[in-house]
Design a protein around this ligand. Structure first.
Ligand SMILES: NC(=O)c1ccc[n+]([C@@H]2O[C@H](COP(=O)([O-])OP(=O)(O)OC[C@H]3O[C@@H](n4cnc5c(N)ncnc54)[C@H](O)[C@@H]3O)[C@@H](O)[C@H]2O)c1
Length: 422
């Protein structure tokens, strides 16, 4: 297939490397492969145009392949300026007939220009990861709104923004919160973010985690996964929270719980996963140890107050790929990873494909649902239908060669009845 001249990627010559890695990821994505086969047969997206704003990774490439097999024309842009894998982008353009507007390390202006370019496809369905595409559509590409049947949102922070849009009466079409599906929450956020965040920190720094104090801000599913993996590697884990129930959960999991202002002085590594802004700020930089490592796993680069850190620093230099050293006037050095952007995608490869297999199979099946029923759904944020979650989990077990029990008729009758007690 000829490369699409309308794309904007780093180097089409990287396509062979990208294709080999896409194929490698595909080996760990058996559920998505089954869905892809089904889509190829049923062609539910024939004649439809999709615009996707997602991390341009090998796993996303396999989702896009499935959408293409279903008949869709797809334009893809990046949902983060640092997460693009340039070889994957090249393979999608050269081998899979996708228009891609993504290069690793672009500035903010180019990032939004790429979103605009992807929207030029005039989408029937949209796929977002952080709500930047949906936001742009509503802010500056309103001429396209009438053509959009609906879309999928892939991350917690994006679903949060969509809800605020819906409350303001601004959201003009139905969006499925894929990030809130059971399979996504339980597996993607916990195991995917948990493992890959530690992977990103280790690749960036080559730090020995054992014996260190790792401070995790936010004990949602992402924070829980990060805390579990850090503890598994031998770290002492400190959790900071604003929600008392989640803080109590952290305590009962065996972690220390304290305020960030107290944790700041004892932590060796700080990881934010709150979806909130300035969780690590000037007050905390002021007391951190020399050599403290700062990493963010939350979707937006606002969780560590990088602007404040920059103005506090008397000197600043890059000491390793993805590690920027900020020297404070006391002489202490703080090490910021990946500019405060999602460390697991910027410094590692994001979630392993085996876990994205679930999220993207849910996403592909949600797209089928939207393509068929989207016009009947009200504008707003919709849950993934429960049968999609169950079907995806069933296929994953099947792929692992595992069977589970089915309830007997007597058990079903027992659970449906209220007459039988002790
Ligand atoms: N890096 C990735 O690959 C990846 C994957 C999935 C989600 N995310 C992002 O990670 C973030 C967290 O996702 P989640 O699903 O765990 O969200 P969540 O909403 O379930 O959990 C966030 C937690 O942070 C807490 N929090 C909020 N403000 C805080 C503060 N000031 N200090 C301490 N804790 C605070 C909340 O009480 C909540 O318990 C979101 O931005 C999400 O989009 C990233």
């Amino acid at each position: 297939m000829a490369a699409d001249p309308t794309s904007d990627i780093a180097d089409v010559g990287l396509a062979d490397d990208g294709d080999a890695r896409i194929e490698w990821a595909d080996r760990s994505m058996p559920v998505l492969a089954r869905v892809r086969e089904r889509l190829a047969k049923e062609r539910p997206f024939a004649g439809l145009r999709f615009a996707a704003c997602m991390h341009v990774t090998t796993e996303t490439a396999n989702l896009v392949r499935a959408l293409r097999e279903g008949g869709a024309d797809v334009a893809l842009c990046a949902s983060n300026p640092l997460s693009t894998q340039d070889d994957t982008a090249a393979a999608l353009v050269a081998r899979h007939g996708v228009r891609v507007f993504a290069r690793s390390g672009v500035d903010v202006e180019t990032y939004y220009r790429h979103i605009d370019a992807a929207l030029d496809i005039a989408p029937d369905l949209v796929f977002d990861d952080g709500c930047d595409l949906v936001n742009t559509l509503h802010a500056s590409r309103t001429e396209l709104l009438g053509g959009v049947r609906g879309g999928c949102e892939d991350t917690t922070s994006g679903a949060h923004r969509l809800r605020r849009m819906a409350e303001d009466g601004a959201l003009r079409f139905p969006m499925v919160a894929v990030s809130e599906s059971t399979t996504n929450d339980m597996f993607d956020n916990r195991y995917g973010t948990g493992q890959s965040t530690l992977d990103g920190i280790m690749r960036a720094t080559n730090l020995l985690v054992a014996g260190r104090t790792v401070v995790v801000a936010g004990y949602g599913l992402c924070g829980q996964g990060i805390a579990e993996r850090a503890a598994g590697l031998g770290a002492r884990v400190v959790v900071t929270e604003v929600d008392p129930v989640r803080a109590l959960d952290a305590l009962m999991q065996g972690h220390q719980v304290m305020r960030m202002r107290d944790a700041a002085a004892v932590g060796d590594v700080f990881v934010t996963a709150t979806g909130n802004a300035a969780v690590v700020n000037t007050e905390h930089f002021a007391v951190m140890k020399d050599g403290a490592v700062l990493a963010n796993a939350g979707h937006f680069d606002v969780e560590i107050d990088v602007r404040a850190l920059t103005s506090l620093a008397v000197a600043r230099r890059r000491v390793r790929r993805q590690v920027e050293e900020y020297v404070l006037d006391s002489g202490r050095r703080l090490l910021l990873l990946a500019e405060g952007r999602v460390v697991n995608l910027a410094a590692a490869e994001g979630h392993p494909p085996a876990v994205m297999d679930l999220s993207f199979a849910v996403q592909a099946l949600s797209a089928v649902w939207l393509a068929r029923e989207g016009s009947a759904l009200a504008p707003g944020v919709h849950a993934v239908p429960a049968d999609i979650d169950r079907e995806v989990a069933r296929l994953k077990l099947l792929a692992a060669g595992l069977e589970i029990d089915a309830m007997t008729t007597e058990q079903l009758a027992y659970l449906r009845s209220w007459r039988q007690g002790s």
